[in-house]
Design a binder for this molecule. Structure first.
Ligand code: C2E
Ligand code: MG
Ligand code: MG
Length: 783
């Protein structure tokens, strides 16, 4: 149901409760006081009614008593012998004297005698005498008492017959019915009633004894005279309760009534006091209720208010607990709230932990690291300290995963993490991802040298471990950047440590390297190379040089290795050592490698049949599909016999998985080409790969040859390799032979061929043709 007005809305529960209770109490009190007042009014009215009715009866009695008293006195006079004689003889003087006596004695204003002939004696006023004569009819009819209109006002008339013995006239008394007379009646009543006589006038309206019109009362008198009940009447002076009694009248006289009135105001005066008392009690009660309700509402809403405030604090992400009082529903709610707040805090803690920690090792993660470094940098700036960021990367971790499986790999990471974290308790250790960890140390300039820290970290990571029956020995490379010199924020420190790591990796396994500005320019250089490489191939900036491999048994050049050269428009010749890694990283090596194969085969096709061509194939080319097709196309396009093409691969191809690699190698071998293992001895488990695939040739890395005569044991290694190769039916080539003594030593150990500056540096295609044109084979032994 729609209300025609809007109920006010209170924002606070406490106000709402207070208003509701106060309204209920006011309504109850209103109802109660209305009933009380109604009852009080009813009883007051009843009492007045009873009083009025009693007054009416008293009046009746007084009326008849007066009539009897006056009637008796009149009768006494009427029977007096002297008086009767005076009436019979018409002795007016005696009659008047007797009447005057009687008037004085009885206290009546008017007394006279009406003769049977209608003559009136005893009234000096002729007008009055005339009116008195009018009574004759009634008297003659035997009416001895009643109200008449006499001398301009209503009067009560009482008569007694004069018998001599026959009827000669009547003695008549008339008393007043005016206000004074009525006062006597009023004083007899227990309550202050107003009594008044009204007479009906010729025009039908009622008038008081002084002939003043009754006005508004006229209608009421008509009605009330009929049912003779006490009822309300409204007069110009207010409402009153009134009783109307018709009075007996003499025949021929106008109707008369007595009206007894009691103003309601007066009747209810006591009741008004009650009213005020009730009102006062109600007000006090209301105040008390409002006060009590406010207190009660406060006690009810206090826990709710506390909960509300706590919920707001919780929403704002703050600690929020509410006191639990008692064990009612609100207390249980408070308890649940506290439990919920605790759960939320716990969950938040877990989420934060997950967000800032690595799940595998439980070390802080990259996000945590970045935050931590920023924090440390601020502290360092204030205390004039340095912050070192060291990135530690496990060397060749991929092969652990590939050869021993991921579960072992994960365990390695977990143990390495625990070791670094344990050994460098003063530092912050985080896992950046994969096999990369980062160590953050803040210290004063005279603290433990960072080299020592780096060494300790490297040693911790490199400690031997045994997992699931596998022996794992790990090395780690470390790149270090130090604030403020190497960067003032986490990201630049991380970037620079990464460049240093890259450099450390280049230096070999288990090395660490500090960042220096040159590394930055190297990185920029690398980016420039990368962008230039994209156009180099199409603009024909590449060129092939060839380095001869001298066959020691046949004592002649057995083959040439194709080595790419980049003739850069501005930098001149760029070494493959500088751009091949970039080409590999970007994948451009696939396209470049294909060009090398085509070009090398095309050149070699023009050479004598016994001269082979060796082409380097990158592991990236090897991994991408389509190498077989590229080789076939190069052979087909050049017409070179497959047996004259040798592909040089490095151990790095085995990182992708042994089985898959040998499958691909067999696929290439099936084309009829030869496969050589390049840079042998630099890898991790070179010897084990020899078992995996029957290579046609092993190229012993230059590093062995360089140290051949100086490092003890180097000869033994070379000897072991040549022996093993011979046993497996593989040829051997020694790379980087620069000196005759080296050559002599290699000859001793049965190396199949040698390559190096001692015979020739890499030369261009024209020079190769010249060299091959010299019919006389070069005598290595003679040199
Ligand atoms: P690599 O395959 O081991 O090639 C031999 C490298 O040793 C060549 O360097 C060669 O010039 C150098 N060398 C030969 N004899 C001596 C010596 O007596 N003393 C010294 N100090 N060095 C000697 P280069 O041409 O700079 O090539 C470096 C590497 O770049 C190659 O090593 C090879 O891995 C890669 N490379 C060159 N051309 C290609 C290519 O076309 N494709 C691919 N994928 N890699 C290539
Ligand atoms: Mg090579
Ligand atoms: Mg090599």
């Amino acid at each position: 149901m729609a209300l025609p007005f809007r109920l006010p809305r209170f924002r606070r529960l406490r106000t709402r409760l207070t208003v509701l209770y106060a309204a209920l109490v006011v309504a109850a009190m209103l109802g109660m006081s209305t009933t009380l007042l109604a009852i009080a009014q009813r009883s007051a009215t009843d009492q007045v009614q009873r009083e009025l009715a009693a007054s009416g009866t008293v009046f009746d009695r007084l009326w008849s008593q007066r009539a009897a008293e006056l009637g008796g006195a009149a009768g006494l006079l009427a029977r007096d012998f002297g008086f009767r004689a005076a009436v019979a003889t018409g002795d007016k003087a005696t009659i008047v004297s007797a009447l005057v006596n009687l008037k004085r004695r009885m206290g009546v204003p008017i007394a006279f005698v009406v003769g049977v002939d209608g003559n009136v004696t005893g009234l000096a006023d002729p007008g009055l005498a005339g009116q008195a004569a009018g009574l004759w009819n009634a008297l003659d009819g035997g009416q001895m008492s009643g109200v008449v209109q006499l001398g301009g006002s209503a009067r009560h008339v009482i008569a007694a017959p004069i018998l001599t013995p026959q009827l000669t006239g009547w003695v008549v008394f008339a008393t007043n019915l005016d206000a004074r007379e009525m006062q006597g009646l009023q004083s007899l009543s227990a309550i202050p009633i107003q009594a008044a006589v009204f007479q009906r006038r010729g025009d039908g309206r009622w008038a008081d004894p002084a002939d003043r019109e009754a006005g508004a009362l006229s209608g009421f008198i008509d009605r009330a005279a009929k049912d003779r009940l006490v009822s309300d009447v409204t007069t110009p002076n207010g409402t009153a309760l009134a009783l109307v009694k018709p009075l007996p009248v003499m025949t021929g006289s106008p109707q008369a009534v007595l009206m007894l009135r009691y103003p309601l105001d007066q009747a209810l005066a006591g009741y008004h006091r009650l009213q005020y008392a009730i009102l006062l009690a109600g007000l006090l009660g209301l105040l008390g209720t409002v006060f009590a309700t406010i207190r009660m509402a406060r006690s009810i809403t206090r826990p709710i208010t506390l909960l509300d405030a706590a919920a707001a604090r919780l929403a704002a992400g703050n600690e929020a607990r509410v006191p639990v009082e008692g064990n009612d529903e609100l207390a249980r709610l408070a308890e649940s709230f506290n439990r919920m707040a605790t759960d939320i805090a716990e969950r938040e803690r877990r989420i934060t932990h997950l967000a800032f920690n690595d799940t595998l090792t439980d070390l802080p993660n990259r996000a945590h690291f970045l935050e931590h470094v920023e924090h440390e940098l601020k502290l360092a700036e204030r205390n004039d300290e340095r912050v070192a960021v060291m990135i530690l990367d496990l060397d060749d971790f991929k092969s652990v995963n590939d050869t021993l499986g991921h579960p072992v790999g994960d365990e390695v990471l977990r143990r390495v993490a625990a070791r670094i974290d344990g050994d460098l308790a003063q530092s912050f250790v985080a896992r950046l991802g994969g096999d990369e960890f980062v160590i953050v140390t803040r210290q004063a300039a005279d603290g433990e040298p960072f080299e020592r820290l780096a060494k300790r970290a490297g040693e911790a990571a490199a400690e031997h471990m045994r997992i699931d029956g596998h022996d794992v020995t790990q090395t780690a490379s470390i790149g270090i950047a130090i604030s403020p010199a190497d960067g003032m924020d986490a990201r630049s420190l991380l970037k620079h440590a990464d460049l240093a790591l890259y450099r450390a990796k280049e230096l070999g396994r288990g090395m660490f390297c500090f960042f220096e500005e040159a590394l930055n320019s190297r990185a920029q250089e690398r980016r420039r190379i990368e962008s230039d490489l994209r156009t180099a191939l199409h603009e024909g900036q590449f060129e092939l040089h060839f380095q001869p491999l001298f066959d020691l048994d046949a004592n002649r050049v057995g083959s040439f290795e194709a080595l790419i050269r980049w003739n850069h428009p501005t930098r001149g010749m760029v070494s493959p050592l500088d751009f091949i890694p970039v080409a590999e990283d970007t994948g451009l090596i696939v396209e470049i490698g294909a060009w090398v194969l085509r070009e090398a085969c095309a050149q070699a096709a023009a050479w004598p049949d016994h001269v082979r061509i060796a082409v380097n194939v990158s592991s990236v080319q090897f991994r991408r599909p389509g190498l077989n097709e590229t080789v076939m196309q190069a052979l087909a396009a050049s017409g070179l016999a497959p047996g004259r093409l040798e592909l040089e691969i490095t151990e790095s191809i085995f990182l992708e998985g042994l089985e898959e690699t040998t499958r691909l190698l067999h696929g290439l071998r099936a084309l009829g080409v030869r496969i050589a293992l390049d840079d042998f001895g630099t890898g991790y488990s070179s010897l084990s790969y020899l078992q995996s695939f029957p290579f046609d040739k092993i190229k012993i890395d230059r590093s062995f040859i360089q140290d051949l005569l100086t490092r003890p044991g180097a000869v033994a290694i070379v000897r072991a390799i040549t022996d093993l190769a011979r046993a497996l039916g593989m040829e051997t080539t020694a790379e980087g032979v620069e000196e005759n003594d080296q050559l002599a030593e290699l000859r001793k150990h049965g190396c199949s061929s040698v390559q190096g500056y001692l015979f020739s540096r890499p030369i261009d295609a024209a020079a190769v043709r010249e060299l091959l044109a010299e019919s006389t084979p070069r005598r290595a032994a003679a040199a």
